[in-house]
Design a protein around this ligand. Sequence first.
Ligand SMILES: Cc1ncc(COP(=O)(O)O)c(C=O)c1O
Length: 439
Amino acid sequence: MITNSPIQIENEPQSNEIRKSVAQFIPKGHKTYTPTQLVIERASGVYLWNPEGRRFIDFASGVLVANLGHDHPYFEERLRHYAEGIPRTAYNTLTGVEIRAAQRLIENLSADKMQQVLWADSGSAGIIKAIWAAQHYQPDKHIILATQYGFHGKKGQAGDITGEKSSNPNVRWLSFPLVMDNRHYDNPEWSAEVLMPKIAAELDTLKREYPNQICMLVTEPYLGAKGSFHPPKWYLRQLNDWCNENDVVFILDEVQSCHGRTGNMYAFQTYGLDPDLVVLGKGLGNGEPVATIVGRAEILESLDYGEASDTYSGNPRACAAILAVLDTFEKFPIVENCRQMQEMIEAGLYQLIEDFEFATYARGEGLVWGLEVDSYSEKTADEIANECVLQCYLQGLHLMGPLAGNVLRVSPPLVISETEVKAGLELMYQAFEQIANTD
Ligand SMILES: Cc1ncc(COP(=O)(O)O)c(C=O)c1O
């Protein structure tokens, strides 16, 4: 239940004071509800410490932002290196760090269509700018296609294409396959033979209804906020091909999936795609607030001077962070580690499903997983999910608040070691035992 009264947790006097002050001075609209409100005093690697000195393993990475973990010594050293002596702002001026960040990103994305970089200061602002660019590129086409149940942010047009309904009269929706569990991909209902013709029919209907009016299609590699739904591999390629064949700008929202999350540096590699524009955020700066749109120059160039500028986008420190992140990925086998740890996480979640009645489905890839829980012992699924987050906290494991009410997000920093994954899964197991034993 969301209330105005601050959450208080036993034996946490300093944390509780902070929780009270936050409730007094910061409107709750700024926060996403969690039943724990962990107060972090210090963070290092995959560990977080509260003011009472209790240690938590971070299974959230913020909202999948701190892919390199916290206070990564090499990242911090590179950040200092690139940030030394640079201006605090470079609005209407040029800096070397900006161009180096753009060049390095393009090199790193390493795909023919990745030609220019347009900065943004948040993921949703990146989505909005990508939409503007597509609209300027094809001004005679007004229809925006979006896949259902996506999350692209809350602001403006990013909010218009989030979810399944829109107040924007130009938005039309396409089905997104909601595969309930990783073990269901082989079920006939999700096979390309069965589902592809249905998606093709949806696309054909839209094309007939709006001849030469469809400007762009925006989608994301997997549905995060909806509860971690990861489509069958063929699905996004089908959308991508259709866009290529019909001169529709294909925009891939990689705000969350970029920088290693899915077991490749970018999810478009995981899914074998060639988007016209990709929007990157979160892990791009490992915590420095930065996002970007990378893609075809002819599309991005259709915006004229000032049409996509704002105060903070392309800020020199943000560009320094982009370079420091890329340096860190180049020096350490972080993406490989993500792939290796995936198996342990997957096995650990299926163990929970096997041993606890209220754990039902697991969905994910790389180090981005969702564990769905169900009602249990007179408690609703949402109540059980919140209890899991709280019990994990009490055991020393930090999870973000549940997705879509009843899905626990498991998304540790990509640098997490085998020992740390094992320890985190054990804490989760103990938390689940507590729930099973008390209810
Ligand atoms: C896939 C995706 N797109 C866009 C956004 C919006 O990003 P921001 O919160 O930085 O505006 C998010 C944020 O969670 C996201 O997960």
